[in-house]
Design a protein around this ligand. Structure first.
Ligand code: PEP
Length: 245
């Protein structure tokens, strides 16, 4: 999937039905294969039962397989419900839950062991961006999660922390340059098949076209603007106008 809705901690029972209806009124359902939604865990089953072509993913999994870990949800559990992908290492989890690279790497392995496609999030803070240390920092994040892994297939979401939920989208040419760098680091340093590299951080229906036009941008991870089915549909249309039609 290339255009992914990250609902974060939003959404109650039946919200997916209205969202899907509004999205279907806006975007062509034949193209839904390229879309993904990561609702809260509580809605995964509802999304899956609906049998849309949209891929379904979780926003997190445990780094452990099974056991006395109160409140945790395992890779096997989300696979059992039919999840296709999982978002890993989102900056909100890194910050609020102190997720370190070794934990994220274990989560990546859990996902891969259960045949769940990982979408690994990386991105720098404003301080690092201002200090022009973005590339070094991204390298360290990628190294921490991917070093020593063999022949793994994943997607990467480049999400500068300062762009998430702030309305300050990164400049398109900078996104493109950083995506190219990430691709280059992955092919030079790690044994990975990078399926897609997508951008996240204040993407909306107004700015998405210019972002999708960039050579090294394969899609987007969208938070706030994905909660409304019409808005997500307009972003999807901007993507399909450039990539599929
Ligand atoms: C995100 O949290 O993954 C994200 C991109 O959020 P937003 O679109 O709201 O900036």
């Amino acid at each position: 999937m290339k255009v992914i809705a990250n609902w974060k901690m939003h959404g109650l029972k039946d919200d997916f039905l209205l969202w899907h209806k509004n999205l279907s009124e806006t975007a062509d359902e034949n193209l839904f294969d390229d879309l993904g939604i990561a609702p809260p865990f509580t809605l995964l089953d509802e999304c899956k039962t609906y049998q849309s072509k949209i891929k379904i993913g979780a926003q997190n999994i445990s780094h452990l397989a099974e056991g006395p870990f109160t409140g945790e949800i395992s890779a096997a559990m989300i696979k059992n419900i039919g999840a296709d992908f999982v978002i890993l290492g989102h900056s909100e989890r890194r910050e609020l839950h102190a997720e370190r690279e070794d934990i994220i790497k274990s989560k990546l392995l859990e996902a891969l062991n259960h045949n769940i496609h990982p979408v690994l999030c990386v991105g720098e803070s404003k301080e690092l961006y201002d200090a022009k240390k973005t590339e070094d920092f991204l390298y360290s994040q990628l190294y921490g999660s991917l070093n020593d892994l063999n022949n793994i297939k994943l997607s990467i979401a480049y999400e500068p922390i300062w762009a998430i939920g702030t309305g300050h989208v990164a400049k398109s040419f900078e996104i493109n340059k950083i995506h190219a760098t990430i691709k280059e680091i992955c092919s030079r340093e790690f044994d990975v098949q990078l399926e897609n590299i997508i951008y996240g951080g204040s993407v909306n229906d107004q700015n998405s076209k210019e972002i999708f036009e960039q050579e090294h941008v394969d899609g987007a991870l969208i938070g706030g603007a994905s909660l409304d089915g019409y808005s997500f549909g307009r972003i999807a249309n901007n993507f399909f106008d450039i990539h599929n039609r």
